[in-house]
Design a protein around this ligand. Structure first.
Ligand code: ADP
Ligand code: TRP
Length: 321
């Protein structure tokens, strides 16, 4: 079973990225072959600063490796180091109906927010289909917001197979319903673009301040809170604390007597400890960037070896070879 997923280097990674995409991807390493990449071409649809792109590409590489991506087991590379993906995206694009792309939520969301669209943004799902199909991917772990993109990938693969004969593996998405949408500091979906994130490797003081600043209601600590399970800090605590610990906090909040300040303090402590080992690994990696670069270069070589074969198959199928 081959698992593949990508993350754009368009900002600093947050715990929504971690629980929605990275954790399932890291867990999948014990179940089969894994292909993980940094989607730098995709980041070009919304980020136009080369220095920022370089910085975030390195940051994402460090984050993945620190969080447990094992480069001996998994193939880990920069998307643009295998440029054949752009060629495949052209082959797929010629079979992709405009209507399919016009219905894309991500495109409609961005244009709806006043973002002036470029061709790359419109074609984003086609490049994503190329990412997935180029490596004969069977399973793609992502958050729920990517579900439609995965459906498009399947549609495009099926269309190509019908038009030109069996060429591509039709992939399945793996969406964890329990972790599917991690809420942000304001209760909305956590997202880089909403400014409501808790970063995986946030700086201590700043992150404590963010967590302590979560807005709660005005009930006194003594008041019982029958809706304790809906409390944002409780929901986040469940991600970081052992199940019995989180349930204990929830029960204390429900019964009355636990103040919001103490709850938020506990949330920060559990968050901080949860990533302690990874934080130490990240510091080591950051002091050894040659090693990180070598990991990515080796990954690109291994990714390219698979991509070559699949691209040849696709070129032959459609008659340009
Ligand atoms: P952002 O919304 O912060 O820009 P991306 O769109 O770059 O995040 O998402 C990268 C990966 O992380 C995707 O697989 C996405 O589904 C997942 N993801 C992002 N935010 C969340 C969230 N709040 N909950 C669960 N998964 C998320
Ligand atoms: N679109 C994904 C996101 O928002 C990133 C991505 C690009 C991706 N190519 C992919 C995810 C292929 C899974 C598979 O973050």
């Amino acid at each position: 079973m081959r698992t593949l997923t990508g993350i754009q280097p368009s900002g600093t990674l947050h715990i929504g990225n971690y629980f929605g995409a990275m954790r399932p991807a890291i867990d999948a390493q014990s179940r089969g072959e894994c292909f993980y990449f940094i989607a730098d071409y995709h980041s070009m649809t919304s980020l136009f600063d080369p220095a920022e792109r370089r910085k975030h590409t390195l940051g994402v590489a460090l984050d993945w490796l620190a969080c447990g991506l094992d480069p001996k087991h998994s193939v880990f590379w920069r998307q643009s180091d295998v440029p054949g993906v752009v060629e495949l995206s052209w082959l797929l694009g010629t079979l992709t109906p405009m209507g399919l792309l016009e219905r894309a939520h991500s495109y409609k969301d961005k244009t709806g927010k006043g973002f002036s669209p470029n061709f790359g943004l419109f074609a984003y799902p086609v490049l994503m289909a190329a990412d997935i199909l180029l490596y004969d991917t069977e399973r793609v772990p992502v958050g729920r917001d990517q579900k439609q993109h995965l459906e498009m990938t399947r549609d495009i693969a099926i269309k190509f197979n019908l038009a030109y004969g069996e060429t591509f593996v039709v992939p399945e998405s793996e969406i964890r319903e329990d972790l599917a949408v991690i809420p942000g500091l304001d209760g909305q979906k956590m997202s880089k673009s909403y400014g409501n994130t808790i970063d995986i490797f946030g700086e201590e003081k700043a992150t404590r301040k963010k967590i302590m600043g979560i807005v709660m209601d005005s009930r006194t600590p003594a008041e019982p809170k029958p809706d304790a399970d809906k409390n944002l800090a409780i929901q986040l605590l469940k991600l970081f604390a052992a199940a019995d610990v989180a349930v204990d906090f929830e029960n204390r909040l429900r019964a009355g007597g636990l103040g919001y300040g103490d709850l938020k303090k506990a949330l920060f402590e559990h968050y901080w400890n949860y990533f302690a080992a990874a934080r130490a690994r990240r510091a080591e990696l950051a002091a050894n960037l040659d090693h990180v670069e070598a990991v990515l270069r080796d990954g690109a070589g291994r990714a390219h070896a698979v991509a070559r074969v699949v691209l040849k198959r696709a070129r032959r199928a459609c008659g340009i070879e």
